[in-house]
Design a protein around this ligand. Sequence first.
Ligand code: HSE
Length: 435
Amino acid sequence: MLSPLRIGIAGLGTVGAAVIKMLDRQADALANRTGRQVSVAGVSARDAGKERGIDLARFGWFDDPVDLAKSGDIDLFVELIGGEGGVALAAAEAALGAGKSVVTANKALLARHGMRLAHLAEEKCVALAFEASVAGGIPIVKTLREGLAGNSIERVYGILNGTCNYILTRMELEGLSFAKCLSEAQSLGYAEADPTFDIGGFDTAHKLAILTSLAFGTVIDAEAIAVEGISSITLADLEAAAELGYRVKLLGVAQRTPDGIEQRVHPTMVAKSSAIAQVMGVTNAVTIDADAVHELTLVGPGAGGQATASAIVADIADIARGVRSAPFGLPAASLVKAPHAPMQLHKGGYYVRLSVFDRPGAAAAIATRMAEREISLESIVQRRRPGANGDAPGVAPVILITYATHEKTIRQALDAIVADGFLADKPQVIRIERE
Ligand code: HSE
């Protein structure tokens, strides 16, 4: 048997504690699978005294994660501190610089500094592994990087944030308020320390930035992602979606288009019969459209201690075996800077909810503004009589579903409808994603 692999873990929150427990529980299996003992040698966290259900006295304690990262007592550094820079970045760089492999679950760090860290890892001939950074327990990084190496990928999209999917599911099925569902997700340990990262779509964007690089062989370009969160989604949208045969999901989508790579995060209408619409609660799902496999969907737990620890321990096991891939699938210097397709050129169907004053000519004006721009309507429905069900007196909800059109075109049509003065509120627009 090879010499033991000595691990240093910085960050002992829900995930760090779950990793230590999993390494304890699976010690024999991991030794058999990798051919060497895998053991924690040192740890670092903000609070040594916090109750975690683990005996920390067996490990070396480091007040400063950077000292742990550089320590001669460890071979591999696991970064679970979080945050896109600061001490997480300093510790990861210190470990790589000292010739130690790094395992991280930190999508924000990778979205911002992934290229720099990948270059450093390659220069030092060590691993930079981040399976846990995207979609929790789903092995999507390995799938894209190794499993689909013989494919050309056209599109990768998915439900990448467990907190948002949990909120949308609870709102739809239980009719609960947004705030109540968010607080449940927080108490279950799914949400980020700052939940605006979840509900604002930024956590999904960080994950999408990583998937895009792996799928298309491009340098990470998180700035190019158009991001919208779920806080504008109301029960009225979820009800209307259900009646029209759709469900609302927060999707991250990266797609090859004639104008370049389109990257977007936004609430999305998906057909109720589609695979992705069946994904409920904290579960994540990623679908890949590729030339050889056509369509591949992976579904699994996207957040929480156990699921995330599963991905981290898988990376640790690879490193114990001596596996070292180029972090983003190609040598970092070979990743290309692809042109980014602007959102204005996005083409797709749209759901539009309008709060319309019940006046003669309103429906005709709406239809005319759409027709002027050659926007074809799949359906137009007035959901109820004016003033019913909590709507303002004399105001009725009108829902339109369009066939494929450009983002720029639908926005122009809606600006014209607003200018006509028939609307009591600003239009709600949700893009439709077809399978
Ligand atoms: N806050 C994240 C989520 C955790 O809800 O999916 C996993 O990255």
